[in-house]
Design a protein around this ligand. Structure first.
Ligand code: SF4
Ligand code: SF4
Length: 65
């Protein structure tokens, strides 16, 4: 399961979520250019909520399930 859920229709690829992530675990690395958290890095998430709060497009939801 993906750690963050990104709405590809609303994400602009601005990279703000990458910059605002407190633990630096979000990247825009894959070919889709959507932000992601690699599975091996999910344990470093601080659940600060910055990724959701600072997305100007409300495109990102932290997956808490
Ligand atoms: S909740 Fe915080 S630490 Fe976790 S992915 Fe979002 S910005 Fe990064
Ligand atoms: S802050 Fe929002 S719009 Fe910008 S790259 Fe992240 S998810 Fe996409």
């Amino acid at each position: 399961m993906s750690h963050i859920i990104v709405d590809k229709d609303h994400c602009t690829g601005c990279g703000i979520c990458v910059k605002m992530c407190s633990s630096g675990v979000i990247s825009l690395a894959d070919e889709s250019n959507l932000p992601q958290v690699q599975d091996e890095n999910t344990s470093r998430c601080l659940y600060c909520g910055h990724c959701e709060a600072f997305c100007p497009s409300q495109a990102l939801v932290l997956n808490l399930t």
